[in-house]
Design a protein around this ligand. Structure first.
Ligand code: ZN
Length: 239
């Protein structure tokens, strides 16, 4: 598989090939049989998240969507964002919290900050996240908790998950270690932990930087549309 082959069609194929050998499960419902934890850290695009959620639903599999309250690229609390998350949940997917561990803070405050964001998600979306993952985790390893649970959520960076699961990530729009396709072998890898970021998966072949720009441009276009619709609706000037 090409290093840059991150299209929706490829994604569908990966799901199909994986589903032949593995069950897809949430972080709190792992079976003894070969299974995959399919994790999405929503670093840059809710719209791409929804696109993947629909593809997964059509393939009959579930993933966990880690919402990112401190994201630069979208406002999670805007009604349109909330509608997108509601649709993802209605498709049967699980909820997680993506926490920015790179923030300057006293390590002693980590628990309080994570709890605050967990409570925010529970309040806004009507259900508490069942797992937590950490943004830029690889660059801030010393700040990560190692225990199985953190603030009553499964810790996606626990020492146990790292030991028991074969891990693969599409960080920066390329396969970071081994391509996912090379790991689909339930004899050799009975437990898979697959991290993807939805902004890297697009309809057509593009370079990673083009894919990120696509997400940025899509959000910016929507901001302009919102202004045009709102000025029209309330009969305001719009020159
Ligand atoms: Zn992240």
């Amino acid at each position: 598989m090409s290093l840059l082959n991150f299209t929706e069609d490829t994604y569908r194929q990966l799901l199909e090939l994986t589903a032949r050998q593995y069950m897809f499960c949430g972080y709190r419902s792992c079976p003894p049989q070969p299974h995959v934890l399919l994790r999405h850290d929503l670093d840059a695009s809710l719209q791409r998240a929804l696109a993947l959620a629909r593809i997964e639903h059509a393939a009959g599999v579930q993933a966990t969507y880690f919402l990112f309250p401190r994201c630069l690229y979208y406002n999670l609390l805007h009604p349109e964002s909330k509608a997108v998350v509601g649709e993802i949940l209605a498709l049967g997917h699980h909820l997680g919290l993506h926490f920015d561990v790179s923030m300057e803070h006293d390590p002693a405050d980590l628990q309080q900050l994570v709890q605050h964001e967990k409570d925010l998600i529970a309040f806004e979306f009507g259900q508490a996240p069942e797992a937590v993952s950490f943004h830029l985790a690889g660059d801030f390893k010393s700040r990560l908790p190692a225990q199985d649970e953190f603030c009553g959520m499964v810790n996606a960076y626990s020492e146990r998950l790292a030991r028991q699961y074969t891990y693969v990530s599409d960080s920066n729009g390329v396969w970071r270690y081994t391509p996912w396709s090379d790991l689909i072998d339930s004899q050799r890898h009975p437990r898979l932990h697959v991290l993807t970021h939805p902004e890297w998966w697009v309809p057509q072949l593009m370079t990673p930087r083009q894919r990120l720009q696509r997400a940025i441009d899509g959000y910016a276009r929507r901001m302009g549309e919102w202004y045009d619709e709102t000025t029209r609706k309330y009969q305001r000037p719009n020159y």
